[in-house]
Design a binder for this molecule. Structure first.
Ligand code: HEC
Ligand code: HEC
Length: 266
């Protein structure tokens, strides 16, 4: 073999080795970036889940299923398919969620959630509008909501878990609800034979008064709203200025359920 041929062969081998090396490094770089992006997204969803639990679940449901008249479902097929065109939003669902959460929803788009105009339908969440959340937190909670797409569209099969016994059929729940009521509500409210608070309306006959106080809600929905959105409705004689006391208690979902069960059983 002549020198020239040898040089050509060595040259070729070097060139191939270089191309191979570049491809390796480039590929690794790409998958490293992909991995970093996946990890970043996972962290955002995780932070978002915690924020959602604290700030959103009481109205939109722990699993995004919506809560009666308090808030619409978000883990929902229509939300992921037709909602944007329904409201005329031309950008992405992500930007829609960020915008809605940032600014709040001051006017209901669905009559069910209209409230009585006293309270903002959904108050703004961004710090710059008086809410508690930073912009990065709003992006994280949005990532968490968007993460429901697959279940909302029925693309993943969820394993059926046995439904918990409804509190209404559990006498223990009524007893626990009564104890919770005495602790969290009794200092202001009277229920005959249970508590004798005088700062707020007597709730002994709450089942009977709901239709006159708010014909749009059933008794259960009305009691939940009274606790979760204290200024959604004022009973006559208890408007702001006439009393310092406001209804509104921090209870877990189960505690609230049991208090409601107790009151409905009166
Ligand atoms: C006090 C109850 C309440 C809380 C808490 C609440 N929301 Fe809402 N949310 C509502 C209501 C009511 C609407 C508006 C329904 C309508 O347009 O008629 C709404 C609307 C929305 C919408 C638009 C839904 C649609 O179909 O257009 C999104 C997205 C949303 N909320 C996300 C959140 C997130 C995220 C949080 C937590 C940071 C949160 N909400 C906390 C009550 C609430
Ligand atoms: C610090 C005092 C206070 C506490 C504690 C309190 N409330 Fe109230 N509640 C009020 C006041 C004042 C009103 C009347 C003003 C209004 O309608 O918002 C009211 C109104 C209500 C109403 C509407 C009554 C009607 O006649 O329409 C219900 C239902 C209610 N509260 C349930 C509860 C429950 C359940 C708890 C405990 C989890 C609770 N409240 C804790 C002060 C309180």
């Amino acid at each position: 073999m002549g020198r020239l041929q040898l040089q050509i062969i060595i040259g070729l081998v070097l060139a191939i080795a270089t191309i191979w090396l570049v491809a390796q490094v480039g590929g690794n770089e790409e998958s490293r970036m992909a991995r970093a992006e996946t990890a970043r997204h996972a962290t955002a969803v995780e932070n978002g889940a915690a924020l959602y639990e604290t700030h959103c679940s009481e109205c939109h449901g722990v699993r995004g299923e919506g809560v009666g008249q308090l808030g619409p479902p978000l883990n929902d097929e229509a939300f992921f398919t037709t909602r944007l065109s329904e409201v005329g939003w031309l950008d992405t669902l992500e930007s829609y969620i960020i915008a809605t959460v940032t600014h709040g929803r001051l006017v209901a788009t669905v009559p069910l959630y209209a409230g009585d105009g006293v309270a903002a339908v959904m108050a703004p969440w961004a710090i710059e509008y008086g809410g508690p959340l930073r912009d990065d937190e709003i992006r994280d909670v949005t990532a968490f909501v968007l993460n429901w797409e697959a279940t909302a569209l029925g693309e993943v099969e969820l394993t059926q878990v046995e439904a918990p016994v409804s509190s209404a059929s559990d006498p223990q729940a009524i007893t626990r609800g009564e104890e919770q009521f005495v602790t969290s509500c009794g200092e202001c409210h009277t229920v005959e034979g249970v508590s004798s608070g005088e700062l707020a309306p007597d709730l002994t006959e709450i089942n009977a008064v709901v239709p006159t106080h708010n014909p749009e809600l059933d008794a259960e929905g009305y009691i939940r709203v009274s606790v979760l959105v204290p200024n959604a409705h004022y009973v006559e004689g208890y408007e702001p200025g006439q009393t310092e006391a406001t209804c509104g208690a921090i209870l877990s979902e189960q505690q609230l359920d049991e208090v409601v069960t107790f009151l409905l059983a009166q």
